[in-house]
Design a protein. Sequence first.
Length: 344
Amino acid sequence: MFPSTFAPVSVAVDCIDGSWGSVRTLDESATLSLRAVGLHYGQVAFEGLRAVPVSGQLHVFRPDLHHRRLARSLERLSMPVVPGPVLGGAIAALLRRVTVPEDLGPDWFLYLRPLVLAVDEDWSMSGGRRFELRVLAGWTAPAFHDVPEVRAMVDTGGRRALAGTTGVVKVPANYGSAMSAQRRARSVGAYTVLWLTPGSRVVEEFTSMNALVVVDGVLHAPAPSAEVLDGVIRRSVLELAGEAGVETSDEPVVWQAPDRSDGRASALLATATAVGMVAVDHVAEVRDDGTVHAWRAEPGPAAELAELRRLVDDALLGRRSEQWWVDARTLAAWPFDDEAGVGS
């Protein structure tokens, strides 16, 4: 289950006709009307942040980047942008009510889920005028932390993100539409789907993670696009790559076809807030005749990749890159740039 332990409280902020109210605390009994327009027509957007205890205080990882991406998602769905201080204040209010478990594992973190949805009971397709920001949380270990071999399945015919430039934003439809492929992946022993552009086999991303491919020693990270999410962990990995001596590129990578031996990738990485950075060891692809073609990562990652993994782990656990972390006490006053990234 993800997260492993949900916090018993959440917080909410109401927005009516573009005016945001004050923070309210909710308990586990808080409900939402099943008539809400957001549930019927998809006016819902969300984010996923991580927080860890550092020197006795909970710190949040790169909230400015998450705020910018949330703003893009909300604009895409004709929803009011949550001002930075409102988002920061809501997260800070929740963190003040969260207790750090005494037996917290060394790599565990608090996963934060800000969610904005239209709550009007109106099915007229005119869009909402009443919205609610809710922030929920749960303690968790990184996804795949107990998996000895991370396996994926190639999907060459479907699309992870719906048409209409929603791949670069976080909206539920992108994930719901991929669930049938996720079920197919489990049927071949895989945990996730590697999505390729139909007709070209260009690597896009995994179902809920960015994909980074190592070819000839270069770490290729597909650029954010209509099909590729602008991942905060992806960006952080690329910013740390130079320090590890890893060359990077955003040039598209064509995934090797089952009947080809050229252009072989040596390593495949997945990045996401819930994951951090993890190596994908095995990729299965079902051929037209029903047989399964398997790709395996080369044994023993290069020293540069091992160093990059160390730098990323240290950054995500609050042991370095202090400029990326904001403590709960100052989060409400954090200087979010409300214009940055909006409309881009």
